[in-house]
Design a binder for this molecule. Structure first.
Ligand code: RET
Length: 276
């Protein structure tokens, strides 16, 4: 193996290391936020906060492993970083394991805020979990073969990526329907506009993932080298993670607390009731 191809400048190595650290730090900080704000909502909305907590814990652990994988794979050599002989290779695999847990949770949590209950909720939960898990598993198989890895195979990488995209389209159809339904359920509420804004956030942040998946392809096309494509991919994944988990969860939290307020719920009522 020609390890020179995988050499990185000091800036590139550190940029990725810092972005990966930012990723898990954001999850740790947001974890505290979701725990502390859960009781500002009516009990019927609280499952959304609980699922954000589940997402944060799993993301914190797996993104930490991702950063460890990065710093263990390279070693400093004179004026740049090179692959460390005998060490494990850097792998995005940890991300996919994180998504396997987080994607169904993120999709399900919005149902509680959208006011979708009963049989309709159960049906969406089943469809979201099936589509989400199949999207991630097929993408996971594909990422083993991405360009720039030792066992690269462009055909396998593209075919599995395409199969994953079919399930992604299914997810997009479902989430669009759920957000429209939720908006209808919030007619007249001050939370309706913010809830509607989740749809564009969702589209932008979720499209970043297949975008990052494709970035190593820039090498095949001769547009960029190893260094650019790996740095761009890791930075994109971190931005996507913070938007699709933290910002999305915080928006759901604000909408829930506005809806709770409008329905006459105040946290201090619960406290005074407990005291008296
Ligand atoms: C893959 C493979 C290539 C094709 C497509 C993909 C889509 C991934 C998505 C991931 C979303 C992850 C989230 C994680 C949050 O924790 C698997 C990269 C379409 C949409 C939201």
């Amino acid at each position: 193996m020609d390890t020179q191809v995988f050499a990185l400048s000091v800036e590139a190595f550190e940029l990725v290391n810092h972005f990966l650290t930012l990723g898990y730090a954001a999850m740790g900080a947001a974890l505290i936020f979701f725990i502390l704000t859960k009781n500002t909502n009516l009990p019927k909305y609280r499952m959304s906060s609980v699922l954000s907590v589940v997402v944060m814990v799993s993301a914190f652990i797996l993104l930490f492993s991702q950063q460890q994988s990065w710093s263990a794979a390279y070693t400093f050599s004179g004026d740049r970083y090179v692959l460390r002989e005998g060490a494990e290779l850097f792998t995005n695999g940890y991300r996919y394991l994180n998504w396997l847990i987080d994607v169904p949770m993120l999709l399900i949590q919005i149902l509680f805020v959208a006011g979708i209950a009963g049989a309709a909720r159960a049906k969406y939960m089943f469809q979201f979990s099936t589509a989400g898990v199949l999207m991630i598993l097929t993408g996971y198989i594909g990422q083993f073969y991405e360009p720039g890895r030792v066992n690269q195979d462009t055909t396998l990488w593209l075919v599995w990526g395409f199969i994953s995209t079919v399930f992604f389209v299914w997810v997009l159809i479902l989430i669009t329907r759920v957000i429209r339904e939720g908006k209808r359920n919030m007619k007249g509420s001050s939370g309706q506009g913010l809830f509607g804004a989740i749809l564009p956030l969702f589209y932008v942040s979720w499209f970043l993932y297949p975008g990052a998946y494709l970035m190593p392809g820039l090498m095949d096309l001769g547009v960029a080298g190893y260094e650019f494509s790996i740095v761009a991919q890791q930075m994109t994944y971190t931005v996507a993670d913070i938007s699709s988990k933290v910002i999305y969860g915080a928006m759901l939290q604000v909408v829930s607390s506005r809806l709770s307020d409008e329905q006459g719920f105040h946290e201090d009522q619960v406290i005074s009731k407990t005291i008296s």
